[in-house]
Design a protein around this ligand. Structure first.
Ligand code: G3H
Ligand code: 13P
Ligand code: ZN
Length: 319
């Protein structure tokens, strides 16, 4: 059942966080649904501009609608990840998305406010909620590369003004994480003091943590043992920090890189062991349950595991 992102946040706020996972193809979608059903967890599927171009937005919509039929117990929202203004309008008009993210965080504050405000107006007219971003994460995001030195954390006072002026429904904050497989090169983790200060300024407003992959050491080691060349320094968020962040109002935790690592490890190990094989289904059959297992472990760390029946009840009570 596709539900609003707002409903998922209402259920989670201050108690647990909902995992938001990027998908690009059918195998990822199958693993994602299977894992969340196994964990009895609600979840968010997110689609980036890159994914919409790679698989075609219509293909992704078809895959998700099919999964909704294959897994009728699933309760989830569909979200546009890191949208520009035009892509937001396309998703709003499609009627398929539960929420969109407008990412104008690279623009000056006033410009960010102006763009976000326009998107909020169009989205709210159709009952769709909007995630906006203030502050700048390091790492790679779509086509943009932000050096650690140019990244800057969200200012809590500015965050309050930004949410008041734009009317956005949730706020993506720069709190020390970064996109990709090489986080915390300076050795710093999540700035809990900043998250706490933002929550104080914006009580009840769902916060979003981008760049939340954990980049597991053993996954990196297995990829490299099977011929990969991930660099030393590949490092991510400690998953034990997801729940403490959730208690401070972080309702959505974005995970993409970790899924790519599972994919890379499965394929590299498979073809190393079976160089004569050329059937894409052989490795796909391993990837789907491996990705599902990964999703179960993340749902447990996020505290979303076991919440499915209660979220469904809430959703049905609002119908
Ligand atoms: O933050 C970016 C996400 O990881 C999506 O990545 O733009 O390569 O699909 P992508
Ligand atoms: P990771 O690169 O840590 O998986 O972050 C993904 C993300 O923030 C998508 O918006
Ligand atoms: Zn992101």
């Amino acid at each position: 059942m596709i539900v609003t992102t707002k409903l998922l946040f209402e259920h989670a706020y201050g108690k647990y966080a909902v995992g938001a996972y990027n998908i690009n193809n059918a195998e990822q979608a199958m693993g994602l649904f299977k894992g969340n059903i196994d964990a009895k967890s609600p979840f968010i599927i997110q689609i980036s501009k890159g994914a919409r171009a790679y698989t075609d937005k219509r293909m992704l919509e078809g895959i998700i609608r099919a999964c909704d039929e294959i897994f009728p117990e699933a309760v989830f929202a569909v979200h546009l990840d890191h949208g520009d203004e035009q892509t937001c309008y396309d998703c709003i008009d499609s009627g398929f998305y539960s929420s969109v993210m407008i990412d104008a965080s690279h623009d000056a504050f006033e410009e960010n406010v102006a763009i976000t405000k326009r998107v909020v107006e169009r989205a709210h007219a159709k009952g769709i909620s909007v995630e906006a971003e203030l502050g700048q994460l390091g790492g790679v995001e779509e086509d943009i590369q932000v050096d650690e030195k140019n990244a800057h954390l969200t200012d809590p006072d500015e965050a309050k003004i930004f949410v008041e002026q734009t009317g956005c429904d949730s706020l993506a904050c720069a709190i020390g994480t970064s996109h990709g497989a090489y986080k915390f090169s300076g050795g710093q983790g999540i700035h809990f003091d900043v998250v706490g200060a933002i929550q104080k300024q914006l009580p009840g407003v769902p916060l979003v943590m981008h760049g939340s992959s954990s980049v597991p050491e053993d996954e990196v080691a297995r990829i490299n043992a099977a011929g990969g060349k991930l660099k030393a320094g590949a490092k991510g968020v400690d998953i034990a920090q997801y729940l403490p962040a959730a208690k401070l109002g972080v309702c959505k935790v974005n995970i993409d890189t970790d899924g790519r690592l599972v994919w890379t490890r499965v394929l590299r190990e498979f073809f190393l062991a079976k160089p004569e094989d050329f059937d894409l289904r052989s490795s796909g059959k391993i990837f789907i349950p491996e990705y599902a297992k990964f999703i179960v472990s993340r749902s447990e760390a996020l505290g979303s595991a076991g919440q499915l029946d209660s979220v469904r009840e809430l959703a049905l009570s609002k119908k």
